[in-house]
Design a protein around this ligand. Structure first.
Ligand code: IMP
Ligand code: MG
Length: 173
């Protein structure tokens, strides 16, 4: 079934914002290197775009967590599905998340990663839906704050579809 998608954030706006945030991160970590921790699968697109715009040395690793729930809402139960390949001890870690909704995924993940003694630990959220927050999480770098709408594109899916859209859109149901 095809759903109608309306554009919320255009490809150009995303591109501009990622360049700005890449510059900001490059300044903040001048003389250091950064280790991007990409939360699969949604954050793959944004992690690659961001990495391309950072001018200090960058390494990347991937982890996968699942929050059980129906297609559009998380249940609050988070499970670590795939762990990182490398240690983060002593590294400047930036967690890259596609979207912070209830905040449950990150409030589970942040202490797990902090326990592994990174040098620094910050959070990058491409999209943020502050209205939906159940658990407070500190967002250090934010792409866009958006209203309480279900969005797709730029890595975000609806039942695994639409991740490849080059813009952020709202699914009309
Ligand atoms: P949280 O634990 O509620 O913050 O959920 C975050 C996760 O829910 C994200 O990483 C997405 O996988 C998913 N999610 C939340 N809102 C949306 C949305 O609008 N579109 C697609 N996925 C979403
Ligand atoms: Mg996700």
């Amino acid at each position: 079934m095809e759903s109608k998608i309306s554009v919320l954030i255009s490809e150009e706006e995303v591109d501009k914002k990622i360049r700005e945030l890449g510059e900001q991160i490059s300044k903040d970590y001048a003389g250091e290197s950064v280790h991007l921790v990409c939360i699969l699968k949604g954050s793959v697109f944004i992690t690659c775009e961001l990495a391309k715009r950072i001018t200090v040395p960058v390494t990347m690793d991937f982890m996968s967590v699942s929050s059980y729930g129906d297609g559009t809402k998380s249940s609050g139960i988070v499970k670590l599905v795939k762990d990182l390949d490398e240690t983060i001890e002593g590294k400047n870690v930036i967690i890259v998340e596609d979207i912070i909704d209830s905040g449950r995924t990150l409030s589970y993940l942040l202490p797990v990663l902090r326990e592994r003694r990174p040098k620094t630990l910050r959070l990058f959220a491409f999209l943020d839906k502050p209205e939906r927050r159940v658990k407070e999480v500190p967002v250090d770098y934010c792409g866009f704050q958006i209203p309480d709408e279900f969005v797709v594109g730029y890595g975000l899916d609806y039942a695994q579809r639409y991740r490849n859209l080059p813009y952020v859109g709202i699914v009309e149901v």
